[in-house]
Write a new protein. Structure first.
Length: 368
């Protein structure tokens, strides 16, 4: 898709364990009054540190509100109706993907300055120019794209390192998927500049995880904010966010998704996936099958070893999907929109062959 006279707004961010000290220099030019909106657990983890940092500035926090449960348009309107929202010069969004997406949809739509404070590293919402919107029943509705991301992201590595490990664990799977899906979906095409930049950046969604993933996750389990943890956080939140801005500049998922995500969305037909498993966890499993379908045996082995090292799933049993459910899913996966732009048609037989190879790889390991 050719775009003319387009604009690209990239995220700015600060990262470190004392990074809230930058709140004053970054935010004071946007006004004085601040409304903080976030999730309960996120506010428990970060609010005291935010209050302490704001006390050293000319800013004033005039209210703290819970964002709600899901990122829905009704929830956004509920927050917009609050008088205190209109009294605030800016909003601090605190939490994970749904909380940050909610405040982005609220504020960017109104052209009100919004700053993100991610407290977990499971996704790139803090740095993206899109909110993932849900229906009132919790099911996926659509992506809501914006011209720009939040004004700035304050990424506190100490807070994230002490968060529950499963969020970064799942974030790793969703992050390396960005590289494999972008490079496969764009194969042998003459790309627009913005798409080509996104594909190039996507390499940095894979490389740090292969290099630092095992050590970083081990440190995260101990609550240590190490160099390796920081590199994983940067890959999940920043690199993936920047890549996504370029890959979705034409407002399509053509280069920002692929077979791993098609597998995930097909498996969400079974309640166990949404009830007990995280998005990136299942996507990380899907990447193994996508690489086998694509004939990338060496890359498959790299991801297989990483998944084993951090205990991301390498089998259907680990995501609690039966053989029958997988067989049913292989009828749906080839027709998912996520593979509509693939360089070849994904078939039921390809998926069956990939699953057989994955089981054979696990079998060899069991006999070693």
């Amino acid at each position: 898709m050719k775009l003319e006279n387009y604009e690209v707004h990239l995220p700015s961010y600060s990262i470190g364990n004392t990074i809230y000290d930058k709140i004053g220099p970054v935010c004071e030019s946007y006004g004085k009054t601040v409304l903080v909106i976030g999730g309960k657990q996120a506010l428990d983890a970060a609010l005291d540190k935010i209050h302490a940092a704001v006390a050293q500035t000319n800013l004033k926090i005039i209210g703290v509100e819970l964002f709600g449960k899901d990122c829905t348009y009704a929830n956004v309107e509920r927050l917009r109706a609050m008088p205190i929202y209109h009294e605030a010069d800016m909003v601090f969004g605190v939490g994970g993907g749904k909380a940050l997406d909610t405040v982005k949809c609220l504020c960017i739509t109104d052209d009100k300055p919004v700053f993100t404070f991610p407290t977990i590293a499971s996704n790139c919402s803090a740095c993206t120019a899109v909110s993932i919107m849900y229906n009132e029943d919790g099911t996926f509705l659509k992506p809501n794209f914006f011209v720009r991301p939040a004004m700035h992201a304050f990424i506190d590595t100490e807070i994230i390192a002490k968060a529950p490990c499963r969020y970064m664990w799942a974030g790793m799977g969703d992050t390396y998927a960005k590289f494999y899906e972008a490079t496969i979906s764009s194969r042998d095409e003459r790309l627009e500049h913005f798409t080509a930049v996104g594909v190039a950046i996507s390499h940095m969604c894979r490389d740090p995880l292969l290099a630092y993933g095992a050590k970083g996750f081990a440190d995260h389990q101990k609550g240590i904010s190490s160099y390796e943890v920081e590199q994983i956080i940067l890959a999940i939140i920043v690199t993936t966010g920047v890549a996504s801005i370029f890959l979705t500049k034409d407002f399509t998922p053509d280069y920002n998704s692929g077979l791993a995500h098609a597998i995930f969305y097909a498996l969400t037909s079974y309640p166990i996936i949404e009830e007990k498993h995280l998005h990136g966890e299942v996507v990380g499993f899907g990447v193994l099958l996508a690489l086998l379908v694509d004939g990338q045996d060496e890359e498959f082995e790299k991801v297989y070893q990483l998944n084993k090292a951090v205990k991301l799933p390498v089998s259907l049993e680990e995501i609690e999907i039966s053989e029958q459910q997988w067989e049913e899913s292989t009828n749906r996966i080839p027709h998912m929109s996520d593979v509509a732009h693939y360089p070849y048609a994904v078939t039921k037989q390809m998926l069956a062959d990939a699953m057989r190879k994955l089981k054979e790889r696990a079998g060899r390991e069991n006999h070693e």
